[in-house]
Design a protein around this ligand. Structure first.
Ligand SMILES: Cc1cc2nc3c(=O)[nH]c(=O)nc-3n(C[C@H](O)[C@H](O)[C@H](O)COP(=O)(O)OP(=O)(O)OC[C@H]3O[C@@H](n4cnc5c(N)ncnc54)[C@H](O)[C@@H]3O)c2cc1C
Length: 228
């Protein structure tokens, strides 16, 4: 299926959202991702396809891709994406992913590293649209004070007394932050999204803290370092 680029929105320095309109009906659930193909020449050895979370909520009606552009060693894919003009198309397929929030009775700790915030934006926007008040703490670490979606997240936070957002700037999410968010470690369900090394490190940390593995779910973004 082809998506047509309708708009581009700079989020913070180095991070941009691409807003697409599907040519046919496209169904996805908040938290899912799409497979993108962008043919371009020359193509580096990292190839012409990527996976990206649908950062928009289904209720928003468009597909939003938000990505961080690297300062060095940028891939040819990202260069081609950066060059995409309004009205141009990108190929997508395979909506997939089980990073979904379905049990509204559960308590959640969401952990986002940098651009790993994308599925949480979709999830929280969709819940707000449905009038559902999730019980959740979002721990969101970012490399600097330019935090993608901060205004939108603050608005979501203000509309839900059971949602708490903790921003961690320039540091890592450690055991102390987790224990503060979840004084009863056995109780909440942990959702972790971000660069692959960060998600792996947090999975190990939670395991070490005695959180049952069944209570955590990860969304791994390859191709980024823990600092991204
Ligand atoms: C399910 C899923 C969902 C995802 N959702 C998102 C999303 O919402 N937003 C998002 O931005 N990404 C997302 N990703 C990750 C995305 O697919 C890309 O892997 C990521 O954006 C990196 O893009 P890139 O490889 O074009 O590298 P770039 O962004 O161009 O570079 C990233 C960094 O990687 C280094 N690097 C990595 N590999 C190499 C290599 N082989 N050679 C040289 N340098 C290298 C570069 O130096 C640079 O610092 C998702 C991935 C998955 C699997």
């Amino acid at each position: 299926m082809r998506l047509i680029l309708k708009d581009r929105k700079p989020e913070v320095p180095g991070v941009e959202s691409f807003i697409f309109e599907p040519k046919e009906q496209l169904f996805w659930k908040a938290g899912q991702f799409l497979h993108y193909v962008l043919h371009h020449e020359p193509t580096d050895d990292r190839g012409s396809d990527r996976w990206f979370t649908v950062a928009s909520a289904p209720s928003e009606g468009h597909v939003m891709l938000t990505t961080r552009f690297a300062e060095k060693n940028e891939s040819s894919f990202k260069k081609a994406l950066k060059g995409l003009k309004i009205g141009e198309a990108i190929e997508v397929s395979d909506v997939d992913g089980d990073f979904l929030v379905e049990n509204m009775d559960a308590e959640y700790v969401f952990i986002a590293g940098g651009i790993g915030i994308t599925p949480f934006r979709s999830i929280l926007k969709e819940l707000e649209h449905a009038g559902k008040k999730i019980h959740a703490t979002l721990l969101y670490s970012n490399r600097d004070e330019y935090i993608p979606y901060k205004e939108e997240l603050d608005a979501l936070d203000a509309n839900n007394p059971h949602l708490k957002i903790v921003y961690i700037v320039g540091g890592r999410i450690d055991e102390t932050a987790i224990r503060k968010a979840a004084p009863e470690l056995q109780k909440p369900v942990f959702y972790i999204s971000g660069p692959e090394p960060m998600v792996n490190a947090l999975n190990n940390m939670l395991k070490g803290m005695g959180v049952p593995e069944i209570n955590f779910k990860g969304d791994w973004f390859p191709g980024y370092t823990a600092e991204d």
